[in-house]
Design a protein around this ligand. Structure first.
Ligand code: PLP
Length: 388
């Protein structure tokens, strides 16, 4: 039985989402921008319903949702859009961010922007007072993620948001991993820009959105691309109607789930699996347990290379570091940022449970880990230290 525990990399598209989007391929196939005929009007109705569903999940208004191809694009649009409008200035971010935030910020730095990257301690939680202390008169953007994709730590966005609004500094948050797991309210938390992507919450790949706050104080954002002026001019290009509908359906399911016992179910399974791993001995949790997504585990396992464990447990899908950077063997920048030494980074695995994870799967995974870890340790203890 193959067990999928890599839900931070991507999630299975929920069959209810597939069902919602399917008619929009060959039945309701109009261009949502062609509102002069019924084909376009029906497609547009699907898109606008989806926009409302995404907005409802965030406590936003539908007009504030800009569809994008995913979170990488949404992050680039937010970061580059705000900073290019400002022209120059100072940016605050953290060392924990995804590359889709860090890299556009590094580009801006090459072009003359000054950047403060807030360091974090072993908890993996950004200190809101350090963000406030870094604020300057010329700060044009603060970008801090809502939840980390490797260690699952949840950041104090409400406190950062209040401080940003007081100083009229736009706050962007990458909420890709938080959607459906954290109660989000962009008004309550003073969030100006928020990125999300459907494939992290049981929707398809290739569709996401950027929340762009309307109203005062005025938020100005330069688009990344120009064309037909779709999406309030922020993102020109014909909308992929089935994907937009799917994003909306996925958001609506998350909205329901936040008010149900589902997150408690996932957390109980996660705790059961985590406690089994910790009980094996010489296994350490990376990052705070308290301020953590309910589905995340990231542990370093003494005496075992994570790649060897993954080879041994091939039928359990997991990840060493983040999926986006696991192609190259560079140590994860997130684990490094929380002070994990290189050796321990290479002994780390990330597990992500999800909506489709069953109690039976967790029982099987527990037994497999409890068997494989001591066996691999025994094997490697027979080898010279340099080859371990
Ligand atoms: C926190 C975070 N931001 C951004 C992304 C990129 O999202 P997308 O695959 O939609 O471009 C990911 C996906 O790995 C992520 O986990």
């Amino acid at each position: 039985m193959a067990i999928y525990l890599d839900n931070h990399a991507t999630t299975r598209c929920d069959p209810r989402v597939v069902e919602a989007m399917t008619p929009y391929f060959s039945d309701i196939y109009g261009n949502a921008a062609s509102r002069s005929h019924s084909f376009g009007m029906r497609a547009n109705a699907g898109v606008e319903r989806a926009r409302g569903q995404v907005a409802a999940l965030l406590g936003a208004s539908a007009k504030e949702i800009v569809f994008t191809s995913g979170a990488t694009e949404a992050n680039n649009l937010a970061v580059l859009g705000v900073c290019r409008t400002a022209g120059r200035g100072h940016i605050i971010t953290s060392t924990l961010e995804h590359k889709a935030v860090l890299d556009p910020i590094a580009k801006l730095e090459d072009n003359g922007f000054e950047v403060t990257r807030i360091a974090v301690d072993a908890s993996g939680v950004v200190d809101a007072s350090a963000v406030v202390a870094a604020m300057r008169d010329d700060t044009v953007l603060v970008s801090i993620m809502m939840a980390n994709n490797e260690i699952g730590t949840i950041q104090p966005i409400a406190a950062i948001g209040a401080a940003c609004r007081e100083r009229s500094i736009p706050l962007h948050t990458d909420a890709s991993q938080a959607i459906g797991k954290v109660d989000i309210d962009v008004v309550r938390d003073h969030i100006d820009l928020l990125s999300l992507t459907a494939h992290k919450f049981y929707g398809p790949k290739g569709i996401g959105a950027l929340f762009v706050r309307r109203g005062r104080p005025l938020l100005r954002l330069e688009p990344l691309q120009y064309g037909g002026g779709h999406e309030r001019g922020y993102r020109s290009g014909t909308l992929p109607v089935p994907q937009c509908v799917a994003l909306g359906a996925a958001a609506a399911l998350c909205d329901d789930e936040l008010n149900s016992s589902e997150l408690g179910r996932v957390q109980a399974l996660r705790d059961d699996l985590l406690d089994t791993l910790l009980a094996v001995g010489d296994v350490a949790l990376n990052g705070s347990r308290e301020h953590r997504l309910p589905n995340n585990i990231n542990v370093s396992i003494g005496g075992i290379d994570s790649k060897a464990l993954m080879m041994n447990l091939r039928d359990i899908a997991m990840s060493s570091g983040s999926a986006c950077s696991s192609e190259n063997l560079k140590p994860s920048h997130v684990l490094t940022a929380i002070g994990t030494d290189k050796d321990r980074v290479h002994r780390s695995i990330r597990l992500g449970l999800g909506r489709f994870t069953t109690a039976e799967e967790v029982q099987t995974a527990k037994a497999r880990f409890a068997e494989a870890i001591p066996a691999l340790r025994l094997l490697s203890s027979g080898m010279p230290a340099s080859t371990r």
